[in-house]
Design a protein around this ligand. Structure first.
Ligand SMILES: [Zn+2]
Length: 313
């Protein structure tokens, strides 16, 4: 479901003050207003005052309001006349951050969905999202920073983004081979063996699959939740990054289950990084999973993370 944006655009007479330059955006910058005004009030104040400070969107607990056209720049990141924050980024202000509380939380939740929508519309990944602080060091978005939740907010945006993509594919009874895929990687991501995939799909050489090829998946792997859970056995105990690195079947089990939930240890790598080695990339996948699951995002696999993975499989 897409989020409707209300427009209250600045008059062209004020372009010279508020948004003098044409822009082809490359980033989205997140702010907290440090105020307790609604989105409608933030935008009408911004487009009406005589200060050059400007931003594209304000989001509160109920709506998203746009104040500047997206093909014009805004003065919102303090990185100067030609700074990439000011010249190449779309500014999103989250309202009610001064006092916080339920209204702020609802505004932040809507902003997360809205930013995911902006990314999706543009075919962008989470790497396009910045916080104001990244551009000039200002302590903004202040509430997200002071609560230590920036990584969590980003993960939540990413979850909406990838969740929207994977929801379209579900229920998966087949898989379309993409560039860089291997049969063992596909097998691991779906909790089935390479041999099973070979036999269902009549593949004689597992090293020869082609981009666009349709791989049938066994029913248990795609449609039955209880079957799916039992096909991802998870180890007990604690696994973390050690030196030398921890290796073994137990690590592989964790990696396979994470990949099944789309938290790939290394999406671009062979077998999506399912290599049985608990290195920084696997710890990062665990961290991302923990962060969207409301757990302490420490990258250490333990009983709580195990239980949460099992719940989601
Ligand atoms: Zn800011």
């Amino acid at each position: 479901m897409s989020i409707q944006v209300k427009k209250n655009l600045v008059s062209e007479a004020k372009y010279a003050l508020k948004c003098p330059n044409a822009m082809s955006a490359e980033y989205i910058t997140i702010h907290n207003t440090a105020n307790d005004a609604s989105a409608a009030n933030e935008i009408s104040y911004m487009i009406g005052n005589t200060s050059s400070t400007s931003f594209h969107f304000a989001v509160d607990d109920k709506e998203v309001i746009q104040g500047l056209p997206l093909n014009r720049n805004a003065w919102h990141t303090g990185d100067g006349t030609n700074g990439p924050g000011n010249r190449k980024s779309i500014g999103v202000e989250i309202c009610y951050s001064k006092s916080g509380g339920p209204k702020y939380e609802a505004a932040e939740a809507l902003a997360i969905s809205f930013v995911a929508q902006l990314l999706k519309e543009r075919g962008w990944g989470i790497d396009r999202v910045r916080k104001h602080q990244d551009w000039n060091g200002k302590y903004c978005p202040h509430r997200i920073l002071s609560e230590g939740r920036w990584d969590q907010v980003k993960a939540a945006i990413e979850k909406e983004l990838t969740g929207a993509v994977s929801a379209k594919k579900a229920p998966a009874s087949e898989y379309h081979v993409k560039k860089g895929d291997t049969l063992s990687g596909i097998a691991a991501a779906h909790g089935v063996s390479v041999k099973t995939l070979q036999s269902i799909n009549h593949i004689t050489d597992p090293n020869h699959i082609t981009v666009g090829q349709v791989i049938k998946l066994p029913q248990a792997a795609s449609s039955s939740k209880s079957h799916a859970a039992s096909s991802y056995p998870l180890p007990s105990g604690v696994i973390k990054v050690t030196r030398p690195l921890t290796k073994g079947t137990n690590v592989k089990q964790v990696q396979t289950a994470l990949a099944a939930l789309y938290f790939y240890p290394d999406k671009g790598a062979k077998n999506h990084g399912i290599d049985g080695v608990y290195g920084p990339k696997t710890a990062n996948a665990v961290k991302r999973f923990q962060s969207v699951s409301g757990l302490t995002a420490d990258g250490i696999y333990g009983p709580k993370t195990k239980a949460e993975i099992e719940k989601k499989l």
